[in-house]
Design a protein around this ligand. Structure first.
Ligand code: B16
Ligand code: MG
Length: 220
């Protein structure tokens, strides 16, 4: 755990780390899949985690063996997003994953800088609904990047916004694309999940409650 001593910034993925929005993504994709007569399962949905909206649609169409024009793809992506955004209307603090709020507050008290590093273009809306946007020193989301995870851009921009070097940052991620992006950025990768599902991370935790219990990045 010695390498954690030099960490001055924590960069958090949103969906699957701080909040459980994956089920809403799934339901919206499922609705579109049903319309397109694509057999889309929860297992297939795992492949969409951490991946951009455009790439998610491409994966869905690949599963269904469907080819489409760019403009048709845009229509379907918008359709899915409208359904997803609609389901976010009822989202509130209760959707925060176990230990998230407590851990973010403890890091803040400890003087660790906090950034968001999410692929979602809906991140500002979600943070607002969860009432946690004031906890972040920097917010980097799908609106700020040109290259999706596993490209490290989102995390490198996060470190830059915190005025920190990559090696001074730790990333909390629940997707394989995100762990690969954190490694490519030269940051400590903390997987929220198992080694089996997320190989290549430096540490593994079940949720942020465990991070708090283990005093991860917190002085003991
Ligand atoms: P949107 P994260 C990701 O969020 C989701 O895991 C992924 O399933 C979704 O496709 C992506 O955001 C884009 O989301 O359609 O809202 O722009 O895990 O990077 O916080
Ligand atoms: Mg995620």
């Amino acid at each position: 755990m010695n390498e954690l001593k030099k960490i001055k910034g924590a960069i958090f993925d949103l969906d699957g780390v701080l909040v459980d929005t994956a089920k809403y993504h799934f339901l919206a994709w499922k609705k579109l899949a049903d319309k397109l007569k694509i057999n889309f399962t929860e297992k297939d949905n795992e492949r969409l985690k951490g991946v951009s909206r455009t790439r998610s649609l491409e994966i869905l169409l690949e599963i269904g063996g469907i080819t489409a024009t760019l403009s048709q793809k845009e229509i379907w992506a918008d359709e899915k997003n409208d359904l997803y955004v609609d389901s976010l209307k009822t989202l509130d603090e209760k959707a925060l994953l176990e230990g998230s709020l407590e851990y973010l507050n403890k890091l803040k008290d400890e003087g660790i800088f906090i950034a968001l590093g999410s692929a979602s273009k809906n991140a500002p809306l979600i943070l607002q609904q969860l009432k946690i946007e004031n906890l972040f020193d920097a917010i980097i989301d799908g609106n700020c990047v040109s290259k999706a995870k596993p490209d490290p851009e989102v995390f490198l921009k996060g470190a830059q916004a915190l005025k920190l070097k990559p090696f001074e940052c730790a990333v909390f991620e629940d997707s394989l694309a995100g762990i690969e992006a954190a490694n490519a950025a030269g940051m400590i990768a903390i997987a929220v999940g198992t080694k089996e599902n997320l190989p290549g991370a430096d540490f593994y935790i079940k949720n942020l409650k465990e991070a708090e219990e283990k005093m991860l990045l917190l002085d003991d």
